[in-house]
Design a protein. Sequence first.
Length: 80
Amino acid sequence: MSPAAYETPKLKTYVSGFPAAAVARDQFKFATPELSTFQTGRVRKSLDDAIQAALTGSKTPAEALTTAQTEAERLLKPYR
C-alpha cells in the first residue's frame, strides 16, 4: 500500500476507528527495498558472493555478476 492510500477518505475513517491500522503507514519512513523472489536466500547469497568476489578482485565485476546471474537462473528455473 502506498502512503497516498492513507489519504483516501475510506482509510482515514478506518484508521480513526482502528488506530493500529496506521502502524504500517508509520513504518514507511524506516522501510527499505528488499530482494524478494523464489529461493530468496540462495539467490541473495549468490549475489553477495559475486559482490565479495568483485571487491576482493578474485573476479572482475562482469565475471562475478555473470556467475551470479547464471546461478539465479538455475535456482529460479523450477519457478518459471
